[in-house]
Ligand binder design. Structure first.
Ligand code: HEC
Ligand code: HEC
Length: 223
């Protein structure tokens, strides 16, 4: 009997190990370092403890809260095939994104994902935002606030609309954690002390921030 239980347990553990792949955060951290990723990205936060010079010293976005910001499946796929997210070069308002981000092989992408997903921020409340395309959020995004002036999104008949100065929000619902979108709007001081995106705290109520976070999190490819 005991033997059966042990066998069942070890079979279960094998399945669990197989489904999480080679997902070991420490191994991923080593791959991250050996590929020079840390030369362009901070993996330690919070941002508010960094000076503006610290911020500008890196050529890429901060990753110390990557596990709270991204969806895991998106992250692994992107590390293998990094299509531009920002239309313009990071930190520039004039140059195009050269689209030359380093690529990782599948196995390395899986382990780096495990590492990055282990970097989370206590300032993101879990399960706060239920993605939903809602008229209120859409109205704020496209009309009442200038969001669409800086961010691309799939508009009517899925034609890409919107501005180019911010990261594209097309399919943001498969890339970003909905809870992070809300936290980002509510607590800009935590996530982005050097910012080209205006602060909406005081302009939008918490309720409207929730509406808009739900709306942006509903941006998904049409099936
Ligand atoms: C030469 C500088 C540079 C190096 C080296 C580099 N990155 Fe990046 N990384 C960038 C830039 C610039 C962006 C923004 C790209 C975009 O918006 O399309 C970026 C974006 C990212 C993003 C998305 C972040 C976000 O907030 O949108 C992740 C994740 C990432 N890099 C991981 C890595 C990993 C893992 C490595 C090592 C294999 C790496 N990067 C190496 C410059 C770099
Ligand atoms: C003046 C241009 C501008 C406006 C207006 C603007 N943004 Fe942004 N937004 C940016 C930029 C630039 C970033 C990249 C971070 C940074 O540099 O501050 C960003 C980042 C973001 C992100 C994170 C995207 C990512 O992948 O990191 C979200 C979500 C977002 N904005 C939503 C909104 C919403 C919702 C509104 C309207 C309430 C809005 N933005 C208005 C320029 C803008």
């Amino acid at each position: 009997m005991r033997c059966l239980i042990t066998a069942a347990l070890s079979a279960f553990l094998m399945v669990a190990a197989a489904s999480s792949g080679s997902a070991d955060p420490a191994a991923g951290a080593a791959v991250f370092e050996s590929n020079g990723c840390g030369g362009c990205h901070y993996t330690e936060g919070p941002a508010r403890e960094k000076t503006i010079d610290d911020q500008l010293a890196k050529k890429g976005p901060e990753l110390w809260y990557a596990g709270s910001k991204f969806q895991e499946d998106w992250l692994t796929a992107w590390l293998v095939n990094p299509e531009p997210i920002r239309l313009l070069k990071f930190g520039s308002l004039t140059d195009d994104n050269p689209g030359d981000h380093p690529k990782l092989a599948d196995a390395d992408a899986t382990s780096v994902t495990a590492f990055l997903m282990s970097l989370t921020s206590a300032d993101v409340e879990a399960d706060a935002v239920d993605p939903k395309n809602n008229p209120k959020g859409r109205l704020i995004f496209t009309k009442k606030m200038p969001c669409s002036g800086c961010h691309q999104y799939a508009g009517r008949k899925d034609v890409i609309a919107g501005g180019r100065s911010g990261p594209s929000l097309v399919d943001a619902g498969t890339r970003l954690n909905p809870d992070w979108i809300l936290a980002y709007l509510q607590k800009p001081e935590v996530f982005k002390p050097v910012k080209m995106m205006p602060i909406f705290v005081g302009l939008l109520s918490d309720k409207d921030m929730m509406n808009i976070a739900r709306h942006v999190a509903s941006f998904k490819p049409k099936k």
